[in-house]
Design a protein around this ligand. Structure first.
Ligand code: SF4
Length: 177
């Protein structure tokens, strides 16, 4: 449902280029590398700078139709792309907004993490905290402490999930001249 929301928002509201350039931060006037310029020409959307590329992107987005309300979730094998399972379901914008709101409250430090829902407790078998978490219905107490081979992930309220720290330069050497 997130993908439909992102898609529809791009089509209706467009891409917020200024926010994108400021957040990372990027110089929109930098010349793209020769390799990237050739690729953009081959794709039919020639661009010399990041600004050109974003302009092409915005134009393309404005011509796209909204995604359908009937959605299809398909799991494919990474080995041979065979279909493992498919589920059809209807888009529910109210449900999605509640999920996003709840996630944002966690990522901005306004609430603690929740235990995995009852119906998804099978995930606990693969969790690094399985031996110590009160939410795990079948704790493996022989381990006594979280598995040391993985580092717990903590909320990072100062940046978007998955983004680099703002003080870390984004490595785009292949992208620009
Ligand atoms: S063990 Fe605890 S933290 Fe890990 S998935 Fe289960 S409920 Fe979540």
């Amino acid at each position: 449902m997130c993908y439909k929301y992102l898609w529809d928002t791009l089509v209706v509201d467009g891409f917020f280029a200024e926010q994108f350039f400021n957040f990372f931060p990027l110089n929109q006037y930098n010349l793209l590398s020769k390799e990237i310029r050739e690729e953009t020409t081959k794709s039919g959307f020639p661009a010399k700078t990041l600004e050109d590329m974003v302009r092409q992107y915005r134009t393309a987005c404005s011509m796209l139709p909204l995604a359908q309300d009937q959605l299809l979730l398909r799991y494919e094998s990474q080995k041979d792309q065979s279909v493992l399972a498919e589920y059809q379901f209807a888009y529910d914008s109210d449900w999605l907004k509640k999920q996003l709101q709840s996630s944002l409250e966690f990522w901005t430090g306004k609430r603690e993490a929740n235990y995995t829902p009852e119906e998804e407790r099978w995930k606990c078998q693969h969790c690094q905290f399985e031996s110590v978490c009160p939410g795990n219905p079948k704790p493996n107490t022989s381990q006594g402490s979280p598995r040391p081979d993985r580092t717990p992930v903590s909320p990072r309220p100062d940046r978007m999930p998955g983004s680099p720290p703002r003080s870390t330069p984004v490595r785009l050497s292949k992208f620009f001249e």
